[in-house]
Design a binder for this molecule. Structure first.
Ligand code: KIV
Length: 266
């Protein structure tokens, strides 16, 4: 079993091999995903929405992210673990960015970090890369910018926004990012960006022409049902499976069917 590394991810684009990415937030799910052969486990700040029950990713703290990264890293024997830098952990200064990103590697066991933004965070990406902290950049519909965008809306539809996103992609590549998440942008723009840069693009709601795809695990498993974006394909309905299991347990306890004498000690 070959461990997935940052150079291996770059090599996948060169070889035309698709890159698979899923979010993970805890040990049991991370172990299953790792054993299923997914390349990258992204400890996403979506933990705030799908696990903590928040309305956005903004309340998630760095300490919470490190806590989740640590659990995921313990489970990841093959996959590359990437820690997502939460809101306000890289905005204030370059020094703070390096210290906070470093915590993902030192304490969280991650091999890389992800941060949102294009040209405006290029100085952060450059410094992190220079200090051997590999960076996955993220442009388009960046959820931490929800208030600027006025909601979770597709980005890059007009010509000037599309030009800006293409320029952002080239800037983060020059700054030293090893990969780039493209979220919530038109298919044609994602295709153009993917063809214009050498680092791999990882799409979410960005169509089929990216070098890889990422989904939020709880969306894919049907565990998060508050809303269902068009780009999410549900591969399971764990909400139904878990509800049914819990109902059967309740009914068995209430009717005296659980536990039996065989399920107890002499
Ligand atoms: O936080 C996250 O899970 C993400 C992915 C959806 C790309 O940023």
């Amino acid at each position: 079993m070959d461990k997935i590394t940052v150079p291996r991810i770059r090599e996948k684009k060169e070889n035309g091999e698709k890159i698979t990415v899923l979010t993970a937030y805890d040990f049991p799910f991370a172990k299953l995903i790792d054993e299923a052969g997914i390349d990258i486990l992204l400890v996403g700040d979506t933990v705030g929405i799908v696990v903590q029950g928040e309305e956005s990713t903004l309340p998630v703290t760095l300490d919470q992210m490190i806590y989740h990264a640590r659990m995921v890293s313990r489970a990841a024997k093959r996959a590359l673990v990437v820690g997502d830098m939460p809101f306000l952990s890289y905005q204030a200064s370059i020094e703070e960015t390096i210290r906070n990103a470093g915590r993902f590697l030192k304490e969280g066991g991650a091999a890389a970090v992800k941060l949102e933004g294009g040209a405006r965070v290029a100085d952060r990406i450059e410094m992190l890369a220079r200090h051997d902290i590999p960076v996955m950049a993220h442009i388009g519909l960046t959820p931490q910018s929800v208030h600027r965008m006025g909601g979770y809306k597709v980005q890059g539809r007009g010509t000037s926004q599309a030009k800006q996103l293409l320029a952002d992609a080239k800037t983060v590549e020059s700054a030293g990012a090893f990969s780039l998440v493209l979220e919530g942008i038109p298919i044609s723009l994602a295709k153009k960006i993917t063809q214009s840069i050498k680092i791999p693009t990882i799409g979410i709601g960005a169509g089929p022409y990216c070098d890889g795809q990422v989904l939020v695990l709880h969306d894919l498993l049907g565990l998060f049902t508050r809303f269902h974006p068009k780009f999410v394909r549900r591969y399971a309905d764990l909400t139904a499976t878990i509800t049914e299991a819990v109902r059967r347990y309740k009914s068995d306890v209430e009717s005296g069917k659980f536990p039996t004498e065989e399920e107890g000690y002499e």
